[in-house]
Design a binder for this molecule. Structure first.
Ligand SMILES: *[C@@H]1O[C@H](CO)[C@@H](O)[C@H](O)[C@H]1NC(C)=O
Ligand SMILES: *[C@@H]1O[C@H](CO)[C@@H](O)[C@H](O)[C@H]1NC(C)=O
Ligand SMILES: *[C@@H]1O[C@H](CO)[C@@H](O)[C@H](O)[C@H]1NC(C)=O
Length: 259
């Protein structure tokens, strides 16, 4: 979850970068095309329940518009291919939605028990309006008790890893420093949402093809920010948070596992 602070204080860098080469063999199975999800909380199980595609329009009432999401294929290594397309107006300081692919296996381990969280998130904007304000991000949820759901009364931390910020979108809270993770310098933000602390990593440039282990993002917070390593990972999502604008975000390849 993000708050929107000021359009003028953060001008989008128009640098488009490539994080890493795409390591995945591109084998698509278009027979797995799913339903077009368009209701506020429409969802669909993917890969036999490994993931749930969530067309989560939690903030739609802060403006007006629509959003649809659809899984269009699967690939080797438990990859899912999907897109979300939307048009949102009004309430420019409010997030409208978090269409996301939500991992439903491997939850319930503490940070200390997790060996790695390998993920590939290859994406591009098929189209994006000039007024687009949005991020593309992972959202990891920690809890004091094991479970499979973030944003509950047991939630202690929300950890976002942003791959893109456009139009001045900023994370909740304020910048607290720079973190070197997996060889890259990320701006680290800290804030509070409801009853939990949110840490957000913002990259130095837009990372369209991301293939990294997310565990070091958690380890860094344990080592430097006092996050207890006995907190449970209960939810791990990847998607996009639009404020305003019209876009189609294509997720060309998405995988995640918790080992
Ligand atoms: C946040 O904490 C307050 C006070 O302890 C509690 O009443 C409320 O239910 C909590 N909210 C959530 C979302 O857990
Ligand atoms: C990260 O920041 C450090 C300290 O400012 C700098 O020395 C280093 O070159 C940076 N690394 C990258 C990959 O930009
Ligand atoms: C990103 O990966 C996709 C396949 O998932 C590939 O088609 C595309 O060319 C890659 N883009 C870049 C900039 O490397």
């Amino acid at each position: 979850m993000v708050s929107f602070k000021s359009l003028s204080s953060f001008i989008l860098a128009s640098v488009i970068g490539t994080a890493l080469a795409n390591p995945a063999p591109v084998t698509r199975d278009l027979a797995k095309r799913g339903n077009v999800l368009q209701g506020q909380y429409d969802s669909e199980s993917e890969l036999g329940g490994r993931f749930i595609l969530e067309n989560n329009l939690w903030g739609q009432s802060s403006g007006s518009g629509w959003q649809k999401s659809q899984a269009t294929g699967t690939g080797t290594g438990n990859a899912v291919i999907w897109y979300t397309t939307y048009s949102w107006q009004g309430g420019q300081y409010n997030v409208k939605s978090y269409a996301n692919m939500d991992l439903k296996v491997g939850m319930g381990k503490t940070i200390a028990q997790i060996g790695s969280i390998p993920t590939i998130f290859n994406w591009h904007y098929g189209s994006a309006s000039g007024d687009l304000v949005a991020d593309v991000s992972y959202d990891l949820w920690l809890s004091r008790t094991p479970g499979t759901q973030g944003a509950t009364s047991s939630t202690t931390y929300e950890i976002m890893v942003w791959l893109s910020t456009r139009g001045g979108a900023q994370p909740a809270g304020s910048r607290i420093g720079t973190a070197n993770i997996n060889g890259q310098n990320w701006t680290l933000w800290k804030g509070t949402v409801q009853n939990w602390t949110v840490f957000s990593y913002v990259p130095p440039y837009e990372m369209v093809n991301f293939s990294q282990d997310l565990k070091p993002f958690l380890t860094y917070l344990v080592n430097t920010q006092g996050v207890p390593s006995n907190q449970y990972l209960v939810q791990a999502q990847a998607g996009t948070e639009p404020f305003v604008g019209t876009a189609t975000l294509n997720i060309d390849w998405y995988t995640m596992a918790v080992n």
